[in-house]
Design a protein around this ligand. Sequence first.
Ligand code: FMN
Length: 297
Amino acid sequence: MRIGKYEINGGILAPMAGYTDIAFRELCIEHGAALTVTEMVSVRGIVHGNAATNVLMRLGEKERPSCVQLFGNDPDDFARAAEKTECDIIDINMGCPMPKIVKNGDGAALMNDPENAGNIVRALKKATDRPITVKTRLGYRMDEVTAAELIESVANAGAAAVAVHGRFAEQRYAGSSDIECIRKLAERAPLPIIVNGDMTDINAAQPFAAVMIGRAALKDPSVFDGKPSNPFAVARRHVELLKKYFDERYVVFQARKFFVHYFSGVRCGKQIRAAVNDAQSSSEILKALDFYERSRL
Ligand SMILES: Cc1cc2nc3c(=O)[nH]c(=O)nc-3n(C[C@H](O)[C@H](O)[C@H](O)COP(=O)(O)O)c2cc1C
């Protein structure tokens, strides 16, 4: 598919707060992800020069093109934030169902206000010539599919593509993603639709422009190239990349979170996770990986 001038040939890593940091995005690119998206970043935070947002927006050299996801609800904030972001593509979060986000009118709340959603895209288009994408869900309330209105509004405002997660905001992550419903939306949509939710295969069939994968990539980033992978090699490389970009505290913190996924269903998985939970440094984590990998042979 094309997003503006960028050709995207392959799967897209879904934005996941707390997970898709610069290190994990690089790991997924090494495993064939064609596009990666940062965790969601507050436009207010950017406008006010919040230091934490700068960390979230750090981009790697291999992110070609790079994409930052922004959240907020005020078109002017988005326009000002765009001037302070250096990515190639700007994505707008119009699907996050978490109460602390929705209560401010951000994320999924924008699904109830397609006019303002369009105004945000329009403000961004005025502020920058970079392509703008949107990520949303089927609708806000259970079984009320309203995404077509949102898609039309942001398409008219100049959005380049929309990713649709096949659940309703009220549903959060319960039930399953309704791919058939996204298909119907895509067939009528005036712009490319990226399919998302419970996907494990990056090959998009018509009418989808591309596939976006989140949780399946947390289990195994090789979901993007389909090549067989060894969880020990993936975990080791991930620790190396974390060390490249972050301090030890964060490396250990992230390794604990990710190893739950990498080593679920693996022999010795429980022991490895316990060892990583006890580890206080990256070298202890790497030692534990060596030990359990050898003991498996
Ligand atoms: C831990 C976690 C954090 C997430 N954070 C974001 C986010 O920052 N922005 C966003 O648009 N979606 C976020 N999502 C939703 C995912 O991008 C994706 O739409 C959802 O997980 C469904 O796709 P999947 O089944 O492939 O994981 C998050 C999901 C998870 C599980």
